[in-house]
Design a protein around this ligand. Structure first.
Ligand code: SF4
Ligand code: SF4
Ligand code: SF4
Ligand code: FES
Length: 318
């Protein structure tokens, strides 16, 4: 493949033709802020936070959707760029609850990180705010629309798996929000609780409900394990605190891995010291289940026990 040479913030880098500026910058350790970009998802250029200055170009360009050209000279932190970033971040914060103190995402939230990096603060704001609808109906996902920045990553990752496509943009203009099927709650929707959307959400708009009140992000020791349920081998993180495994969370579903609830619950059952009760979806929403049912083991165990009874003359009661 042909290669091109570019200069980013004074650093020379050679990358394959077709690379986006954001990818080339990462090659030389320059982290351009990005809220809607994800290398595993289709590029949409929605948040504008990654704007950079290219010599010879009058307008700022999005680093996530502009491809490098040979000889390009790029500035990622010029005065113009920084001032535009501050403006975007301020507008986002104006329409966002000042909830970092108790937000589950604090410490891992990209909006929080960039606000800190560019010294942008919450300020008095008397204008309209995003609707603050919170969906608490799923035992696996908490959806808080007031924190959503409409980056669309959740929509894109959910639609990567055929037959899911549960999330989409609903409403118009200022009232745009992420909707579940035709605006249902999680419990009445076709969502399969795989948590792909949670893994890509850059803020606290979609959080893993089984992590609530277990600890803050900086308190955990994290260890990656591969799921043992099927050949995809999706990745999960075991979160430990004070020497105990307290929770499991799904890692991003890159490399074509789908993620699923069975894999996540199996990983919880295997590793977590005192796992929360599992839930499965019934006609009327989520219902508490036995681990046997949740992991789909009932038929297998019944067959195994029957087999042992027959083969070895052992009798099991229940
Ligand atoms: S989503 Fe991020 S910025 Fe918003 S309250 Fe939570 S930690 Fe703070
Ligand atoms: S949990 Fe999975 S199926 Fe449900 S909305 Fe999120 S990505 Fe889609
Ligand atoms: S819920 Fe999260 S991932 Fe989805 S659009 Fe909102 S901020 Fe982005
Ligand atoms: S990361 Fe480039 S526009 Fe959002």
């Amino acid at each position: 493949m042909r290669e091109v040479n570019v200069v980013i913030d004074g650093k020379r880098v050679t990358v394959p033709e077709g690379y986006f500026i954001i990818q080339a910058a990462r090659e030389v350790g320059i982290d351009i802020p990005a809220l809607c970009y994800d290398p595993n998802l289709e590029v949409v250029g929605a948040c504008r936070l990654c704007l950079v200055e290219i010599e010879g170009s009058r307008k700022l360009q999005t680093a996530c959707s502009t491809k490098v050209r040979d000889g390009m000279v790029i500035h990622t932190e010029s005065d113009r760029v920084v001032s535009s970033r501050k403006e975007i971040l301020q507008l986002l914060l104006d329409n966002h609850p000042n909830d970092c103190l108790t937000c589950q995402k604090a410490g891992e939230c990209l909006l929080q990180e960039y606000a800190y990096r560019y010294d942008v603060k919450f300020r008095e704001h008397y204008g309209a705010r995003r609707p603050s609808y919170v969906d608490t109906t799923s035992p696996y996902i908490l959806k808080d629309d007031s924190k959503c920045i409409l980056c669309g990553k959740c929509v894109r990752t959910c639609s990567q798996v055929q037959d899911r496509r549960v999330l989409s943009f609903g409403g118009r203009g200022f009232d745009t929000r992420i909707v579940i099927d035709a605006d249902f709650n999680f419990d009445k929707s076709s969502c399969v609780s795989c948590n792909r959307c949670v893994t890509v959400c850059p803020v606290g708009a979609l959080v893993d409900k089984r992590l609530l009140n277990k600890g803050r992000s900086w308190e955990y020791h994290k260890r990656e394990v591969k799921c043992k349920v099927c050949e995809y081998g999706c990745s999960f993180e075991i979160l430990s605190k004070d020497g105990r495994n307290v929770a499991v969370r799904a890692k991003e579903a890159n490399g074509g891995r789908p993620l699923c609830l069975k894999g996540r619950l199996t990983t919880e059952f295997l590793y977590v010291d005192d796992p929360d009760k599992p839930y499965i979806k019934g006609e009327e929403g989520f219902i508490e289940a036995t681990w046997k049912d949740a992991l789909g083991l009932k038929d297998l165990l019944d067959k195994l026990l029957a087999h042992e009874e027959e083969e070895m003359g052992v009798e099991y009661n229940g």
